[in-house]
Design a protein around this ligand. Structure first.
Ligand code: PLP
Length: 358
């Protein structure tokens, strides 16, 4: 039985991935040296396709890490001497703050209930904050924050760096990289790729901060500190032996999405989200967990299920259909449906029909 995954990470593979893996085997991607010209080309290809897809300015640096969790740790190490400020409304935003705490910093937390967002422009951020950390799309609750409101923080606090987690929304949001200093994601969600690769996009201002911390003898980490990542990336390399296959596949799938056109990808995305939310209009068994329409995520749809979600998840699994369970305390109560580009309108339409019948 062919399985299909509407799970928010790891997720359904993008349909072209198997063919790209076969081709990678044919051209020995997994055996070539990571200091060779063949690798340099793979590295450049991935960066170029990403720049085009996400509209990343040429002065911004793109670094390859092992995961989004690693990106959180590297960002804190390289930009914060003491004070970070965290918008926390779910498990992943909470993780970012925990990373800062465990690195010995003083994270300040601005919290909202799970399922809620923030009126970002009304939040007062202390002047001595060095970094503002925001999770664009809380995968645990299905809350997406408006990018424009996040970008407006830069106008209000031009001297504070901003880090944005776009793990479960990439490549949906259109981001102005001049307004957000560090943007990061891993590839096993929105890109529909095998896990084990993180991508971090930073602007030159971030490198200045990192170098100044180093000059003042603060630890900015070792092999993956930003000046080191930059030194190697200027040679189209990474400090360590990286996930070469992951970088290769990212370049290929970003290229496929570029050929579809990001505009078309986004339109398709919204259409599928509409179909999923309309499920709750037609069937009272399902209620969107996020009450405020403004914050309802089009990329991870979280629904409360009348009578609980345990039987429903099991019955779907028997049909080879995997959707996300509720996160932590909401396990057995919610379902979470990942709506990423790997999923077609036809897949969503079949899922909606199945959910109606269960
Ligand atoms: C999954 C997820 C992460 C963690 O990603 P890893 O690749 O497992 O490190 C971080 N933030 C968000 C919003 C996520 O959904």
């Amino acid at each position: 039985m062919k399985k299909i995954f509407f799970t928010p990470g790891p997720s359904q593979l993008y349909p072209t991935v198997p063919a790209h893996i076969r081709n990678a085997l044919n051209v020995s991607v997994m055996s070539i040296s990571h200091r060779s010209d063949s690798f340099h080309k793979i590295f450049e290809d991935a960066k170029n396709e990403l720049r085009k897809l996400l509209d990343i300015p040429s002065a911004h640096h793109i670094f390859f890490l092992s995961s989004a969790t690693e990106a959180m740790e590297r960002i804190i190490e390289n930009t914060v001497r003491k004070k970070s400020f965290h918008f926390v409304n779910g498990s992943f935003s909470s993780l970012f703050a925990r990373v800062a705490k465990e690195l010995g910093k003083e994270p300040q937390i601005y919290a909202a209930e799970y399922g809620e967002g923030f009126e970002i422009d009304s939040v007062k951020i202390p002047k001595d904050t060095e970094l503002i950390c925001i999770t664009h799309n809380e995968t645990s609750t299905g809350v997406m924050l408006p990018v424009k409101e996040i970008e407006a923080l830069k106008t209000k606090y031009p001297h504070i760096l901003i880090a944005l987690d776009i793990v479960s929304s990439v490549p949906f949001p259109k981001i102005n990289f001049h307004k957000i200093d560090c943007v990061f994601f891993s590839v096993q969600k929105g890109f529909g790729l095998p896990s084990g690769l993180g991508v971090l996009i930073v602007n030159p201002r971030v490198l200045i901060k990192s170098r100044s911390l180093l000059a003042r003898k603060y630890s900015i980490g070792s092999f993956h500190n930003f000046p080191g990542l930059l030194k190697y990336s200027e040679k189209s390399e990474t400090p360590e032996t990286p996930n070469v296959l992951g970088i290769y596949l990212l370049g290929k799938v970003a290229g496929d999405l570029n050929r579809r056109g990001i505009h078309a990808v986004r339109e398709n995305w919204l259409k599928k989200a509409e179909m999923l939310y309309s499920l709750s209009k037609e069937n009272t068994k399902f209620t969107p967990f996020v009450k405020n329409h403004k914050f309802r995520s089009p990329t991870v749809i979280v629904l409360e299920v009348e009578g609980g979600s345990v039987d429903l998840l099991m019955n779907l699994r028997k049909k080879g259909v995997y959707i996300g369970n509720g996160y932590k305390d909401f396990a057995g109560k919610h379902i979470r449906i990942a709506n990423f580009p790997a999923i077609s309108i036809r897949d969503i339409s079949k899922l909606v029909m199945t959910l109606h019948l269960l």
